[in-house]
Design a protein around this ligand. Structure first.
Ligand code: B12
Length: 449
């Protein structure tokens, strides 16, 4: 079959993100099908898509839905209307079967099926598209194929894939140069799953709770492929890179052994690291450590279900700084248990987090399948029938988002390393200009004070 996979994500904050998920999907079906990836970022617009559809004449079109919205209550952006535009273009120019997938789809399968009028969807891992295509070719029933959602059927998350799932190829697709020319950042995955139980987080739902590890040597081969393709930097997209300390260390060792030379970044939980952990990471090429810190008040961290306390944050921070890394911390303020006092504790604690950048989100988006959802329903903030495709945010009972913003705003004045939200359009323009001048990486290190 001819399968056209569309990367629909055109958001450029904090930077354009290479559509890694589609490489994995394409890998899984390439042996049996003719696959093409069309990336709207690289095409610059949806109009060129029409030419691709006309010339390729796909039997199946897959749309990758990564982001639903930007999860920023102060500067809300929804991407659903953009996806509707793409789906309309597809429907107007081909009779091909339309299949949806991606992390955003996995969070809202039924809603996205309805809004885009798709034929099928796949929740969770898109490698399962292979099974759907096989059933379509054999005209066999598709209900019962793990992960497959039909117009009528529900979208239950299937058991995670068994067997190896690492990227096997980096095809020199037409979209690769776009990312090499806009920051030079590519990405890779070293494991799937998240074993933690943070009350607001979707990762265990999207990837499963059980960690599934890619062999460190295979991850290193992937990194080398990115390097050989001209990447100047890569990001490890694992939910939490140090959720399996030993494996993350083995990956770092494998990078060193394989001769990976380009810098990289990853997302870490600020748990107390073993001796020498960040030194090893730095030797393997890690330059940017992004910590999902969320709060510096132990009572709030406990309420959020975080696997660390404030003391661990300070230890992880120091270890990363001492290893010469650029360090940033992401904060999620305003959730259950947040109060004037807890905000005060976080603000006081921040003084100890020297030489770093802070990204503050002042409200927690409520997602289905999370404990926060249950709390919000129990507290009457939403009801079980409240639609959530349009974002709804949890509000602390004790301090409203405005109160948090007012306190943060006072402190943030004159401090460029205190970033509220994702930085918005102005940050996006600055980043684009720096990339044009040849800068690479996430660039937040320029804000460090
Ligand atoms: C790593 C990551 C980042 C990194 C990306 C770095 C990089 N260079 O790649 C950073 C930190 C920059 C980031 C930023 C943002 N992110 Co983010 N990110 C993630 C994370 C943890 C992993 C994504 C990933 O690459 N996974 C690995 C690949 C292999 O998996 P995948 O793309 O999901 O693809 C698989 C399946 O989804 C499926 N699939 C994918 N496409 C298709 C297509 C078809 C047809 C099919 C059948 C299947 C299929 O198959 C693939 C293989 O199994 C996810 C959460 C998660 N655990 O999934 C959030 C996530 C995608 N991010 C999210 C958001 C919101 C954002 C931001 C908007 C946040 C912000 N306000 O700045 C920005 C947007 C950036 C941008 N320009 O798009 C949300 C999206 C949900 C939503 N509400 O919209 C997620 C789901 C987290 C969450 N809050 O729930 N992110």
């Amino acid at each position: 079959m001819k399968v056209l996979l569309i990367a629909t994500n055109t958001l450029t904050t904090p930077y354009p993100v290479y559509p890694l998920g589609l490489d994995h999907v394409a890998d899984a079906i390439r042996a049996d099908h003719d696959v093409k990836i069309a990336d709207i970022n690289a095409l610059g617009d949806i109009k060129p898509l029409i030419g691709i559809i006309d010339s390729f004449a796909p039997d199946v079109v897959g749309m990758s839905l990564r982001n639903i919205d930007n999860t920023d209550q102060r500067d809300q952006r929804s991407f659903v209307a953009g996806y509707q535009g793409i789906a309309r273009t597809v429907r107007n120019h081909t009779e091909a079967t339309l299949v949806l997938g991606g992390s955003g789809f996995t969070l809202f399968p039924r809603e996205m099926m309805n809004v885009l009028g798709a034929d099928y969807g796949i929740v969770g891992e898109g490698e399962r598209l292979a099974d759907l295509l096989k059933a379509m070719e054999e005209k066999a029933p598709v209900t019962g194929i793990p992960g497959v959602v039909t117009r009528e059927g529900s979208g239950k998350i299937p058991r995670p894939l068994a067997g190896p799932f690492g990227r096997k190829h980096l095809v020199k697709s037409p979209h690769l140069p776009y990312y090499l020319e806009h920051g030079g950042m590519l990405n890779l995955q070293t494991k799937r799953g998240c074993p933690f139980s943070c009350i607001y987080c979707t990762y265990p739902h999207i990837e499963g709770k059980k960690l599934r590890l890619i062999q460190p040597e295979a991850a290193a081969r992937d990194a080398l492929r990115l390097q050989d393709a001209g990447a100047k930097y890569f990001y490890i997209t694992d939910s939490v890179f140090n959720s399996h300390t030993a494996h993350s260390m083995a990956v770092a060792e494998a990078f060193i052994a394989a001769g990976v030379k380009i810098p990289w970044g990853a997302f870490f939980a600020p748990m107390k690291p073993p001796e020498g952990y960040f030194e090893l990471m730095a030797r393997a090429g890690l330059t940017h450590a992004e910590f999902g810190t969320e709060s510096l008040c132990d009572a709030v961290l406990k309420k959020y279900g975080k696997p660390f306390c404030a003391t661990d944050v300070f230890k992880a921070h120091k270890a990363a700084l001492d290893s010469g890394l650029y360090v940033s911390h992401f904060f999620l303020l305003g959730g259950p248990g947040e109060s004037e006092n807890s905000i005060g504790e976080t603000l006081t604690g921040l003084i100890k987090l020297t030489r770093s950048v802070f990204f503050f989100f002042t409200a927690l988006r409520i997602y289905p399948h999370t404990d926060l959802y249950d709390m919000a329903v129990a507290e009457g903030q939403i009801s079980a029938s409240t639609p959530l495709l349009e974002p709804r945010f949890y509000a602390s009972q004790e301090i409203p988002p405005d109160g948090i913003l007012a306190r943060l705003g006072n402190h943030a004045k004159g401090r460029p390393n205190w970033v509220l939200g994702s930085g918005g359009e102005s940050a996006s323009r600055i980043v684009a200009r720096l990339y044009e001048r040849g800068h690479t990486g996430p660039l937040w290190e320029h804000l460090i004070r």
